[in-house]
Design a protein around this ligand. Structure first.
Ligand code: GLU
Length: 322
């Protein structure tokens, strides 16, 4: 018998949740609920200086208001907790130790300014800028200790040289990245903070996640995560990357559209069914933008109904609440 589907939503509490985040959460939740699986909520506050507890609370409130529930999470616990990244540092440390022992990491002394001025190598990642050109890859042990006396390095993962990454995405189909895509990437920053790439792989594996559903802005992080799964001897999940939500001009709804934060719309009295109806209509799941509860969408959810192009929401729907 196939293992039960376990999906998750993994927000970063560094700001208010916007409509695009809600769309990703909705798709992840609909998939799990349709499959009769388990939905996990994980708070990705690994970047402590950028995270705020009140944003974490607000995200939970926004999700409940919208009509999304979860079976395991920071507030309800579960068998694979803790479900808050800042409480899981020992797990990331253990994974880092393994990668270090296996010779997969090296210290990098490059400053931000140096990286920005370096001629960019091919195959950068849209989500993270130009590929690392490999400046510190081949430093001698001597050189490393000399430099370490003056500067705490970050740690980079040495990606495989001749191996690309291929995976079958539930929305985008077969996605292939060439060898070297994105270059060697950071797994622990110079300030000691573990990078998202490492934390997310350790957590998804620990929490037995079978289906990762998230925004298409993270599509090109996936090769990095697949290489980490391999290096850590872990089985990767299936992936589905859902389109971003844009306004009618095609501009991505981001934190710049502050008024379109879920919390602001909620405070302004927008009924959650109206928002869900607008999103479901823009995604092509219902014929008319009529109010709908997320639970009513469960039976009709299919990956084949999730578009690849950004979902465009007209501002008209929000106007009464702005
Ligand atoms: N924490 C990430 C974000 O809020 C999402 C990570 C993921 O879903 O893999 O953008």
């Amino acid at each position: 018998m196939a293992a039960a589907v376990r999906g998750r939503f993994a927000p970063t509490p560094s700001g208010l949740m916007h409509v695009g985040n809600l769309f990703a959460a909705l798709a992840a939740w609909l998939h799990v609920r349709r499959e009769g699986g388990v939905f996990v909520l994980r708070m990705e506050d690994i970047d402590k200086p950028r995270s705020r507890p009140h944003f974490a609370e607000q995200i939970l409130d926004d999700l409940r208001w919208f009509g999304i529930d979860w079976d395991e999470g920071p507030d309800v616990g579960g068998p694979y907790g803790p479900y808050v990244q800042s409480e899981r540092l020992d797990r990331y440390e253990a994974a880092l130790d393994k990668l270090l022992r296996d010779g997969r990491l090296y210290p990098c002394f490059c400053s931000r300014a140096e990286l920005l001025s370096a001629p960019s190598a091919p195959h950068g990642l849209a989500s993270e800028g130009p590929a690392y050109p490999g400046t510190c890859r081949g430093l001698s042990e001597e050189e490393r200790s000399r430099r370490a006396q003056k500067k705490t390095p970050s740690l980079r993962f040495r990606i495989p040289e001749n191996e690309g990454a291929v995976f079958d995405d539930a929305v985008f189909g077969r996605v292939a990245f060439p060898p070297g895509a994105g270059g060697d990437f950071i797994v622990r920053r110079a300030d000691g903070i573990f990078a998202y790439q490492l934390a997310v792989v350790v957590d998804d594996a620990d929490m037995r996640i079978t289906d990762v559903v998230r925004g298409a802005d993270l599509l090109d992080s996936t090769p990095r995560q697949l290489w980490l799964y391999e290096a850590l001897g872990l089985t990767p999940p299936r992936f589905a990357h859902v389109p971003l939500v844009a306004d009618e001009n095609g501009e991505r709804l981001s934190k710049r559209h502050r008024a379109l934060a879920a919390a602001k719309l909620r405070e302004a009295g927008m009924p959650p069914e109206r928002l869900a109806g607008a999103i479901a209509h823009a995604a092509g799941w219902i014929d008319r933008p009529e109010p709908v509860r997320p639970a009513e969408l469960i039976p009709r959810f299919r990956w084949s109904l999730v578009p690849k192009e950004p979902v465009r929401l007209s501002a008209d729907i929000f106007r009464p609440y702005l």
